[in-house]
Ligand binder design. Sequence first.
Ligand SMILES: Nc1ncnc2c1ncn2[C@@H]1O[C@H](COP(=O)(O)OP(=O)(O)OP(=O)(O)O)[C@@H](O)[C@H]1O
Ligand SMILES: [Mg+2]
Length: 453
Amino acid sequence: MKIDNYEEMLELILDHSHEGVVLCDHQGKIRYFNRIYGETFGLSASKDIGKHITEIFPDARIPIVARTGTPEFGVIYRWKGQKLVVNRIPVKEKGRVIGVLTQVLFRDIAELRELSEKVNALQTKINIIGAELRQYFQAKYDLDDIIGDSQPILELKSQVRKHAHSSLPVLILGESGTGKELFAHALHRLSPRAKRAFMVINCAAIPKELMESELFGYEPGAFTGAAQKGRIGKLELVEGGTLFFDEIGDMPLEMQAKILRVIEEKEVTKVGASKPVPVHFALIAATNREIEALVQKESFRSDLYYRINAIVLKIPPLRDRKEDIPPIAQHFAACSECNPSQRPIRFADEVFSVLREHDWPGNVRELKNIVNFALHNLASDESLIRIDHLPLSFLKKRQESPFSPSPLPLKKVIRNKEKEILQEALRATSGNKIAAAKLLGISRSVFYEKLQR
Ligand SMILES: Nc1ncnc2c1ncn2[C@@H]1O[C@H](COP(=O)(O)OP(=O)(O)OP(=O)(O)O)[C@@H](O)[C@H]1O
Ligand SMILES: [Mg+2]
């Protein structure tokens, strides 16, 4: 067979195409269709060319596309119970629509549909994951949420402002309850990554055997018990956000080696996968352990330590910045978490003297608990926190002290002790008053009455 006529060649191509093609002019009159289009819709060139497309398909959108000049791609067109995929493309000359070329895909519709369903399902999943990420993996605190005007706190805040824009790893050190997590949140919030995820990995809380899949994710069926669809690890999920390795001093040695590799190579390989994928994140780590001593003892890798300590924020214990106690106590007394009814609360001056005498081994967390305790101890019509609202441990210390003014009357001491026991029971029953009353072997009404006193 010889093909030398250009028009014949074009017709040959179009007639051997597996997709239907129809060309209409700008008014919507049919000017051409190829063989498969004619066969499928029962058209013949002699009879149908020149007809308006709506004479054949009353709901045809070709006239609309001709009018608007806007193409439509991948539109599903229902015809005799079949779904066809249609592209409608305006043909323009010098900016004016002179016709509309329509392509109709007849074959493999089922396959296409399957593919489109898969894409839709994936899109839905991505949307869900995105929404979850935003909801769960967000930094909650700003620098303003960190209360305290002591020199070390002001200095730390200015360091945070200075370094937040870099992507260098930050190591936050400090005793338990000093506010390390708070500083990590604030650092992320001030960084260029603020709108991205802030993902916390608590190295002390995740069991060693789960940590790898939590961080790296795994391929479907990577190990017995692996979820069928596999899992994306946090290192991948964080996508340009911040990873906060909390309690990094407790990270198992084996995992330390793996994390070091991720930091250095900036890629992760899922458990059971053969190829790594690139990952992007900034790193903040925190620990209340003496990390240098851990390095000396070789229970923390020195190479990882030097990788994560580019910037070190050392938060001093509360006993070394006692001037922060009154503002922090006032902050807790006013915050909705501790004071849900939001009634105005004041502190008697001697309360602050007592609080200053304490050593605060549990730091700010302990102070928060004490304020919470005192708030629960207030009668509903009281708004001034006095010494006798504080837990017995404080009062005892004061009574034993030779400088203590006057010891409390026995009745008051007993009442305080009672309150402490009630609070303890409430804590043990996660705040369930009925269960707490049962635990103490008293009736519900007595429990309520004692709690109100
Ligand atoms: N300067 C502060 N201002 C207000 N709240 C604070 C401050 N420091 C700590 N807190 C509060 O005290 C509690 C303990 O803080 P955080 O969890 O940040 O401590 P941490 O150093 O991470 O302790 P741990 O080592 O035990 O994990 C939290 O409720 C936190 O909001
Ligand atoms: Mg913490």
